[in-house]
Design a binder for this molecule. Sequence first.
Ligand SMILES: Cc1cc2nc3c(=O)[nH]c(=O)nc-3n(C[C@H](O)[C@H](O)[C@H](O)COP(=O)(O)O)c2cc1C
Length: 424
Amino acid sequence: MFWYHDMTKHSYSSIRTNPNRLSWENQPSTYKNYPSSYQKTKLDLEQKEHHFLYYIAGLTAKKSYPGGEYYLRVNPSAGALYPNELYFQVRGIEGMKDGIYHYEVSSSSIALLCTITEDKGIEPYLGYKTAMKGYLFLVSAVYYRSSWKYKDRAFRYCLLDAGHLLGSIEASALLRPHAVQVIYTIERQKLNRMFGFEKREWFLSGASVAVPMQGKEVSAIAFELPYVEGSQTFEANPVIEKAYEETSILTECKKATKAPKFTYNTQKFQETIFSRRSQRGFQEGAMTKGQFNYIMEAMHQPVLSDCDEEVHIYAVVNRVLDMPLGLYTKGKYIKYGDFSKQAGYLSLEQYALASSGAITLFFTSDAKNYQAVYQKAGIIGHRLYMASLYLELGCSGIGAYYDDEVNDFVENNEMVLYALAVGK
Ligand SMILES: Cc1cc2nc3c(=O)[nH]c(=O)nc-3n(C[C@H](O)[C@H](O)[C@H](O)COP(=O)(O)O)c2cc1C
């Protein structure tokens, strides 16, 4: 097992012997804003292309609490800390200047960082030799936003949240509709340097919503952007830095070439994207077997990528009409029984979610390419959110669980990547 994953496991005793104290005065900002000298365009939802971008990462709700207020987004994030930033290249899109942009969440605008030419672009850094018409996305993490709270374990959340953002790209692209190709073998070091990230932010993945322009070769564009603050406060975390570096070189990648298929009504799906939220607790309501099957099917659809890794999905059936209680995987039961209490306990005693829901899911894998498999778990988690909310069920990600005890429960010794609960 990858040393980082092993050393960031939670256990019943680790939670009690290492209580997590937060330094509120160091709380990082969740927004990155380029200076006003960059040309910024406010997104206009009436414009098709702006709509596409807004439905990936836009602000969708405002929450107030006694000390202030904060905004929630299209994409979910562990602890609403939003460690990821979104950049993209535009080529050949009507109404938009060809160039490289940053999605500025706080002002719902896009900032033009650099223009591109017909024969130069970021394509080669993502493995393309020809010009790509459309969007090439890059997902980064400003890791301190998450490590401020989650300490060493935060690299896991940066990857899961990045996966959710990739899942959001997939969901928004389904409205067009257009297939999304996820790219993990990007030239991280070069791109990090060109974007001026200075080790506080780094790229994790790319995604293409574009088509090749036959016969138009491109070479790699070179630029040097200045460092721009992404968290206000910062404290280096050597464990996370080492984990990032060691997992940045991917090996023996297998390409996934089969496109996923989803069944949905576009209008309803669009409303689902915009109104998506995490449910804070369930009322012990049951789902139907049809709903269970729809959700399972959405999660098991292939993810087009250049480095596909297998994620194993285990479902604890707590309340599904016409299905026995038990632990279910790959279309059959491993064991029968009421494990709802245990599912809650394993999820760091979040009983209101994992015991009271209709199903609790655990994702595991023994894959070698950690960045790729962890982001894939986030993508599948996002599909689960979308499918559940589409069916008017609630869903929540659960990033905290007792790793080894989950292994004992699901009867394997793989890395436990993620847990989620769905219910009413
Ligand atoms: C990777 C990940 C892990 C999460 N873990 C938990 C959790 O353990 N418990 C919980 O109540 N919510 C959890 N959430 C839900 C977040 O708190 C929620 O996404 C965030 O507050 C934003 O709210 P929203 O999803 O309603 O937009 C998690 C979300 C993600 C994406």
